[in-house]
Design a protein around this ligand. Structure first.
Ligand code: KG4
Ligand code: ZN
Length: 357
């Protein structure tokens, strides 16, 4: 991608990003011309699949084994040396702490050895600012952040300036996808498996609940929906699921999730627009934003409010280091950087006035 270079803009900043907070080891190089010079992601899915979920110790060990090679590959692909970088950004949290320590320690060591500024990036800020890398979206915008560990609606007012309008009161939406996939024997990770299984299914066959829809506010709840899917699955005849039943149940679940997210986002947009008449867009980010049914529904919600809708390409919705490099670059060009005494954070809410991480 060479966005921003068409008008002849010559990049003046090049930043290396490192991401190790969950089960993807990633390194990337981006420039302030909004160009992704390299983005390499090594998924550890095969390491964790036998356990049906991410095992923190295995994740940390795997980051340690692969990170240096990935960084070398990203720099090679980008055609830059460490000496040419303007800064090094690593995810500083929130996430699985063993993995975060691996990435932060590597970032600090490279910064120290090559005399470069170091930036610790909030992983959620990486997701939140991706739309500025891909689509140059201006502040303020409303963000629906939906991933494996997070589900929240935030007014994004600037770099480091987030105001939380709502969030989940139980499970994150990605977690609900993963648990439903497990119940239906669709494997791990659940989101892409549920989406693939739902293709061609009848979303109206199972009457599943839409928790909190129509209620005031912009909070979410998914645990009741998850239980309803389990009960529906148990009510099906036979010991194994028929392909048609699986497709219909997956499609019904996905439709219920889309209804809930659309309703809650609509409520949040009303609050957001009252506070920010100059609001520029509705943006979705995080792993679940890769879901096409969801993207279509959210585009409709945005259109009803007369706002553009932005969703990064799926590969930049799931975890990657380009988003970390970009968020680091945004911080660096504002003069923000971190000391080598930065301590990795297992919890790190974007809006410090709200209790959720
Ligand atoms: O942002 P992400 O890669 O990692 C976290 O920071 O959590 O999000 C991973 C989550 C997982 O729960 C995965 O099942 C979900 O995103 N996901 C999807 C899709 N692709 C990934 N959920 C629904 N539909 C998808 N296509
Ligand atoms: Zn993420």
């Amino acid at each position: 991608m060479e966005a921003g270079t068409a008008d002849g803009y010559i990049p003046t900043m090049i930043v290396l990003g490192i991401e190790t907070s969950c089960d993807e080891t990633a390194a990337a190089v981006v420039t302030d011309a909004r160009a992704i010079r390299a983005s390499v992601v090594l998924s550890q899915l095969d390491d964790h699949r036998p356990y049906g979920g991410v095992v923190p110790e295995i994740a940390a060990r795997s980051h340690l084994d692969h990170l240096d090679v990935l960084i070398g590959r990203a720099l090679d692909q980008a055609g830059v040396s460490l000496a040419e970088l303007d800064g090094i950004a690593a995810t500083g949290g929130p996430g699985l702490i063993g993995g975060v320590i691996v990435g932060v320690t590597m970032g600090k060591a490279l910064a120290l050895a090559h005399q470069k500024p170091f930036v610790a990036v909030n992983h959620l800020e990486g997701h939140a600012l991706t739309c500025r890398l891909t689509d140059d979206v201006a502040f303020p915008y409303l963000l629906l952040l939906v991933s494996g560990g997070h589900c929240q609606l935030l007014a994004v007012e600037g770099v480091g300036r987030y105001s939380r309008l709502g969030g989940t009161i139980d499970d994150a939406v990605g977690e609900a996808f993963d648990k439903v996939a497990k119940m239906l024997g669709l494997g791990f990770p659940g989101g892409p498996a549920v989406e693939a299984t739902a293709r061609g299914g009848d979303p109206a066959r199972f009457a599943l609940p839409r928790p909190l829809v129509g209620r005031p506010g912009a909070d979410f709840s998914f645990s009741g929906l998850k239980t309803a899917v389990r009960l529906a699955a148990e009510s099906l005849p036979g010991d194994t699921f028929a392909a048609r039943d699986l497709a219909d149940l997956a499609a019904s679940f996905q439709a219920a999730v889309a209804d809930v997210l659309a309703d809650r986002t609509d409520h949040a947009l009303r609050t957001f627009r009252a506070r920010h008449p100059d609001g520029t867009a509705l943006v979705v980010a995080g792993g679940v934003a890769a879901n096409q049914t969801l993207r279509t529904r959210l585009a409709e919600v945005a259109a009803a409010h007369g706002l553009p809708f932005t969703a990064p390409p799926p590969a930049l919705c799931t975890d990657n280091a380009a988003m970390i490099a970009w968020a680091g670059l945004e911080r660096l060009r504002l003069g923000l950087r971190d000391g080598l005494d930065f301590a990795p954070r297992p919890r790190w809410p974007l809006d410090p006035t709200s209790e959720a991480a």
